[in-house]
Design a protein around this ligand. Structure first.
Ligand SMILES: NC(=[NH2+])NCCC[C@H](N)C(=O)O
Length: 386
């Protein structure tokens, strides 16, 4: 079918499901530290910052171009791939056509630019680097160096949609030197909480000042309207680009500092008139028309909802990550089977919750919404925000 995805909830026909094949390590360098810096794990309104460990070690001589590779345990990667296959199988059993990315090679490759290099990670959280707006694929400007060329692994799928008539654009590629990053959000969000130090940015001959660095997962799509979270100058530039690019076709509504970057563990739209939110407080950030929608606030996740990890396992999400559900229609939602409380809450509001296994979401930074990219849904360019 042709690319057609304008919203987060209308009947799903085609989707891409991410892959974690050959995930071996995380590379801890400036862009990674900044991205995962602010793990807000608040009890509804009292936001609290979580530690990452092990603590950063400061860069030694000659280490400026790269970072420290932290291995990811093989068992977790195998279990994650098993769960991803389960997710793909569930979607297929619901009549959805599932596409998969190209897997990265077993030997970890590297991304090299004139300014730096970083090890490649698999195309797992594919929601992050591509925005589907109607009949257009937009590859967004990456925020993490290891993920600089991630969308290349979606190329066969994108080529096929292009062949069938899709528009296909790529936002400007950042030079992504240390000076490209606006550190103000990460620095100011440290107030009152323990915080890993942000390493001193190193100068580079390629510095051009703050650049656009913006993830598609900062957006939620509502027909003609797109809600985009902006927390830094980098995001602001990204939204400026999107606004100019989509002018006359879509309206963008900026929300400010709802989260560090991604919006989809804070709020999701389940059907016209119903939002799933981390807390009622989220509403105050949203555009006026959305504040009138019904809100489902799931019970706060408890530690028993999650596997126990060891000190050397990096935790990359808040415990609200399971809010990150995937709608296959306005009344059917894929939910982590580890969250019976969330499933019951959705059922109470008239949804069918389809349980799907997903064990290691906190180690790999994403739930079902993050791991997927919905390319064909029934919905069109409608005005929902009136
Ligand atoms: N599209 C995504 N990768 N979203 C994941 C957002 C997770 C969010 N940072 C949290 O810790 O709750």
């Amino acid at each position: 079918m042709s690319l057609n995805s304008f919203d987060e909830w209308s009947p799903l026909r085609e989707v891409i499901v991410g892959s974690a094949k050959n995930y071996v390590s995380h590379e801890r360098e400036l862009s990674f530290e900044l991205f995962f810096h602010d793990n807000i794990a608040g009890d509804n309104d009292a936001a609290r910052l979580e530690w990452y460990y092990p603590r950063l070690r400061s860069r030694g001589e000659g280490e400026a171009a790269g970072g420290t590779r932290v291995p990811v345990k093989r068992r977790y990667v195998d279990e994650l791939n098993e769960d991803l296959q389960g997710l793909a199988d569930t979607l297929a059993s619901l009549g959805v056509t599932v596409h998969r990315p190209t897997d990265v090679a077993p030997e970890t490759g590297s991304v090299h630019t004139p300014a730096w290099s970083a090890s490649v990670v698999p195309p797992l959280n594919i929601r992050d680097n591509t925005l589907i707006v109607g009949d257009e694929i937009i590859e967004t400007s990456p925020m993490i160096r290891s993920r600089y060329f991630e969308t290349q692994l979606l190329k066969p799928v994108f080529q096929e949609y292009f062949r069938r008539g899709a528009r296909w654009s790529v936002m400007p590629r950042p030079l992504m030197t240390d000076a490209s990053f606006d550190l103000s959000y990460a620095r100011s969000s440290s107030a009152g909480g323990p915080m890993e130090p942000i390493e001193d940015p190193k100068p580079s001959r390629y510095d051009v000042g703050h650049e656009m660095l913006f993830d598609a997962a900062q957006c939620l799509r509502f027909g003609r309207d797109i809600v985009a979270n902006v927390s830094t100058r980098n995001h602001e530039l990204g939204v400026d680009w999107l606004e100019r690019h989509l002018e006359g076709r879509f309206r963008i509504h900026r929300v400010h500092k709802l989260s560090d970057s991604h919006i989809d563990s804070m709020v999701l739209a389940l059907r016209p008139g119903t939002l799933l939110c981390r807390s009622e407080a989220v509403l105050e950030y949203l555009p006026e028309p959305l504040r009138k929608w019904d809100v489902i606030v799931p019970p706060t996740p408890e530690s028993y909802n999650f596997p126990q990890y060891e000190d050397d396992d990096l935790i990359l999400t808040s415990r609200y990550i399971d809010l990150n559900v995937l709608s296959v229609s306005p009344d059917t939602v894929l939910v982590n089977e580890a969250c019976p409380e969330l499933m019951r809450e959705l059922e109470r509001h008239g949804f069918t919750a389809v349980p799907v296994r997903h064990r290691h979401r906190r180690l790999f930074g994403g739930g079902f919404h993050c791991f997927t990219l919905d390319t064909v849904r029934d919905g069109g360019i409608e005005d929902y925000l009136v």
